[in-house]
Design a protein around this ligand. Structure first.
Ligand code: FMN
Length: 265
């Protein structure tokens, strides 16, 4: 019986992967409802400007080599990242290249997104970045700046615990956490939006993998976490909600400098 229930649940969730007939749904956009904000605004006044000049950071420009050496790397050296390297990784994953449209605005970024909806926000748990205090940060993509949200008590332990006991993530120089605000995509795509947002999320992390390889770092995508704990660490509420600003964790990744000796890779 219990197995039948699980099976039924799996079959139901499988439908998420399929394209759905949305003819009977009138989207928020077609109802003339206001477009949700392109990105969250800052809540802190501790703002850190970021460079958009990355020439001096790139160590490896050989795309074929980057594709060949990319693996999920979970062992990092003690070396800190520089702020410019973090700026590059943020830009590579969510950087805004252009804002288009006079009224219905959209951001064109370094990653693709269905209908340029870009439903994500980026948070960083920082352990070792030169010149930055440890703690929680939020990327202001429209301004290409970081805001410091504050210290996190027992950060390494709390992060490890929330992400399935994965100690390497808690101890990583930088842990990326991506949240999704589903309504940004649902406003246009209603019942196909959830699938699109999950597809979009993959692009962020793939860019993080490739960008990390190009600057002597390694990354590892993280899909295993406890939703309430991971959301709680960001001050978000995991309870189901149809609020337009409903936001929750959808993906994460660890990043750090890697030892180039073959056995470490
Ligand atoms: C969506 C997704 C979730 C993942 N979650 C985890 C995770 O929670 N912990 C982990 O150690 N690796 C995780 N990985 C990394 C995979 O284990 C890894 O990509 C896979 O073993 C293939 O190895 P490669 O990336 O080195 O090619 C995840 C990868 C993806 C794409």
């Amino acid at each position: 019986m219990e197995n039948d229930k699980i099976r039924a649940g799996i079959m139901e969730l499988r439908e998420l992967m399929k394209s759905k007939d949305d003819d009977s749904y009138v989207s928020g956009q077609n109802q003339g409802l206001p477009q949700p904000p392109l990105a969250k605004e800052n809540v802190s006044d501790k703002i850190i400007p970021l460079t958009d000049n990355f020439e001096h950071i790139i160590q490896n420009n050989d795309f074929l080599n980057i594709l060949n050496t990319r693996t999920s790397k979970r062992k990092y050296t003690e070396e800190s990242l520089t702020l410019d390297e973090v700026a590059f990784l943020l830009w590579a994953t969510q950087g805004v290249k252009q804002v288009i449209g006079r009224q219905k605005k959209a951001t064109m970024r370094t990653v693709p997104s269905a209908g340029a909806r870009h439903p994500f926000e980026t948070y960083l748990f920082i352990n070792r970045v030169k010149g930055l205090e440890q703690g929680l940060y939020h990327y202001l993509a429209l301004e290409h700046k970081l805001e410091y949200l504050g210290p996190v008590q027992d950060q390494a332990d709390q992060v490890s615990k929330a992400y399935g006991g994965q100690v390497f993530l808690g101890n990583a120089p930088v842990a990326f956490v991506w949240t999704v605000i589903p309504y940004r995509t649902e406003w246009r795509y209603t019942i196909n939006a959830q699938k699109y947002a999950l597809l979009d999320a993959g692009h962020l992390c793939q860019n993080l993998y490739l960008a990390s390889e190009s600057i002597g770092c390694g990354a590892c995508g993280i899909g295993a976490y406890e939703q309430p704990l991971a959301d709680g660490l960001l001050g978000l509420d995991s309870k189901p909600s149809d609020a337009e600003d409903n936001e929750f964790v959808v993906y994460a990744a660890a990043v750090g400098k890697i030892d180039k000796s073959p056995e470490q890779i």
